[in-house]
Ligand binder design. Sequence first.
Ligand SMILES: [Cu+2]
Length: 349
Amino acid sequence: MSDAVTNPRSPHAEPLPRSRRRPRWLWLALIAGFMVVLGAAGWARPDYYTIEIGPLSLPANSGHGHVEQPHPIAMELPIDGWIRGLRYELVDERGIVLPNGMLHHLNLIVPTHRELFSQIMLRIGAAGPETSPYTLPSFLGYRVRPGDSLLVTAMLHNPTPTGYRGVQLRVHLAMSPATSWLRPLSIKPLYLDVMPPAGGHSFDLPPGRSSKTWEGRPAVAARLLAVGGHLHEYGTSLRLEDISSGEVIWSARPKLDDRGKVVGMPRRYFLPFGVRLYPDHVYRLTAEYDNPTGKPLAHGGMGALGGIVLPASGSVWPDVARNDSVYQHDVRVTTGPKSHSHSAPHPTH
Ligand SMILES: [Cu+2]
C-alpha cells in the first residue's frame, strides 16, 4: 500500500487550471473537518427508509437451493435525499430478530444508471451475513429523487436446526433529507469483480495457490474515496492496482476467526482527497486464494470490491446503454429465473 497514491498532487494531476482545482479540494477538506466536529456532537444522524421483503418460509437446515427465494423487487423510491448507509435485520412472524447468518446476500441496484467500470447496472448497496451496518460520513451521499427506480434482490438460506415462517427481511437505508442545509457531496458507489461484470461471480477454486484478475478502465475521471471487499473461504488477499502507473491502490487481507475462517474484509477510507482514477489508465483487481483441501472447489472462489467514488467536477456519467449486450446480460441474470442460483451477482461486504 503506497501513500503516494493518496497524494492529491500526484504527477498524474489533471491539467485543470489551479483556480478551478484548489478551491474545490480546500473546500472539501474544510467541510470534512467541520463535519467530523459536528458528527462527534451527534449532529446529522440519518433517518431510515425501510424496505420489507417477505413473508418467507425458511425450513430448518435448508440451503439456498431449498428455500423459496424472494423474487427481485422493482420499486420506485418515494424519497428525496441522499442515501448514506445500509443495515438490515431478519425477523420472524412474532417480530423476533433472527440470526443474520440466514441472509445469503442482498443487493440494491439502480437499473437506470451504469457502473463506472462497465455497462452493468449500478450497484448501490450490498450485504451478506458478515456485513456490519455502515453509514457514510454525513458529507457524502448518493442522491435519490422520488420516482427513481431501485431493484432489490436477496437470497436466504437457513443453516440452523430451527425452521421459521413469516420471515421478513427489513432493509434500512440511512438517509439525509434533501432539505438538509448542508448538501452532501454526490458520490457514486463502485463495484468491481474479478469475474466479468455481467454473469456469475463465483468461480471454481483449484487446489493450492491461485489468483483471478479482471482489468478495466473507468468511463470518467473520479476520485476513489472508500473501498471494501468480499472474498470466500481460503481467500488470502484482494488487491486493486493502477497498472498504467504501477501503483497498488489498495491491498487487503481478509479478517479471520480463531479457526482461520474468512469473516470479513477491512474497509478503508481515502479521505479527504481520495485516489484519482483516470479514464486512460487500466486498473486491475486481483483475488488470491490458497485452497488447502487438495481438491477443486466448485464455485468456491469470489473476489469483489465495493467502494465509493466522487466523479470529477464537470464530468458526465454515461447513460446506460440498453442495447449493450453486457447490460442486457446483467439484467437477465439479475432479474431472470436464474437469478436465484449461487452464480447470481453476489455481495461486496
Ligand atoms: Cu461470495
